[in-house]
Design a protein around this ligand. Structure first.
Ligand SMILES: [Zn+2]
Ligand SMILES: [Zn+2]
Length: 292
């Protein structure tokens, strides 16, 4: 039986921005103070770091900056899994900025190939975010995002990387359509994460052996904790974007810890389940060692 004071917390998907936000050092300090032990740190697109080159070189700079952020968080004493990718929204952003769709397509493929190499060299742990837009866009942009996701899954399969997918959260069909391609590509489902998953999609996904990170909003957690099979297998994320103009969107990592503790006090979840979610499931999903 885990005791409340022994609990340590993980954030399974979080961003940091050392140029315009708090940056990894401050995020790690604040999270550690609340009992945090692990974060999966996911890179942002170049323009978030004021890198204005909308080309391969801009992405390489952004990814290198992000790798330094991962190292900084580790220096603060957190266990860190480091991810970089090509967000589906980048497709829209780049096409809207005037790039030809075919240029964006080749750029996305090159970026995920670069991340795959970093993964093979042990510099990065996974590719992410890649995936499908969760909003209405044009068919060509959607097709580009899907193609980049498929290539990322193949590269992950071949280089032993994890993958964080950003998907549309449309219900069971989100998982069914993903599962069709994952089956064909032949990547281990346990290496594929559905990030920002709603509980109903999360349940479908864990039943098939995927990893899911559930957003740490209080009502979402309350719902998820009540679905036993999901609660036993899920991870929790803040999806913090470290943008001072939009503080704590979607959550701040330290606030998520408070919500988890409140839900223990309210009797919605017990200490053993939280221990499993924050420690056992993280160790298994990310292949990290539990160290505090
Ligand atoms: Zn996302
Ligand atoms: Zn994210």
């Amino acid at each position: 039986m885990a005791r409340l004071e022994d609990l340590r917390f993980a954030d399974a998907h979080v961003h940091s921005n050392p140029v315009n936000g708090l940056g990894a050092a401050e995020i790690a300090k604040r999270f550690k103070r609340k009992g945090g032990w692990f974060i999966a740190l996911v890179g942002l697109s170049p323009w978030h770091y004021n890198i204005e080159e909308k080309n391969y070189n801009g992405y390489v700079k952004a990814i290198q900056l992000h790798i330094r952020e991962c190292r900084t968080a580790a220096t603060q004493g957190l266990q860190v899994a480091c991810f970089a990718g090509f967000h589906p929204a980048d497709v829209d952003k780049l096409v809207s900025a005037g790039k030809h769709p075919e240029e964006v397509f080749y750029l996305g493929l090159r970026v995920v190939e670069y991340v795959g190499k970093l993964c093979r060299d042990g510099i990065i742990d996974g590719i992410g975010e890649v995936g499908r837009q969760h909003y209405r866009t044009s068919p060509d942009r959607f097709a580009i995002a899907i193609s980049i996701m498929l290539r990322a899954l193949e590269i992950a399969r071949d280089n032993d990387c994890l993958v964080h997918l950003h998907l549309e959260n449309a219900g069971p069909v989100t998982v069914l359509t993903l599962d069709e391609v994952v089956e064909r590509i032949g990547i281990d489902r346990g290496k594929v994460f559905l990030h920002h998953a709603k509980p109903n999609i999360g349940l479908e996904a864990v039943k098939r052996g995927y990893q899911v990170t559930i957003p740490g909003h209080k009502e979402t957690l309350r719902y998820a904790f009540n679905v036993k099979e999901l609660a036993e297998n899920m991870l929790i994320e803040s999806d913090y974007i470290d943008d001072p103009r939009r503080p704590c969107v979607s959550s701040c990592p330290w606030d998520v810890v408070d919500r988890e503790l409140e839900l223990v006090k309210e009797g919605v979840v017990d200490e053993d389940t939280l221990y499993k979610i924050n420690i056992d499931n993280v160790v298994k999903a990310y292949g990290v060692e539990y160290k505090v």
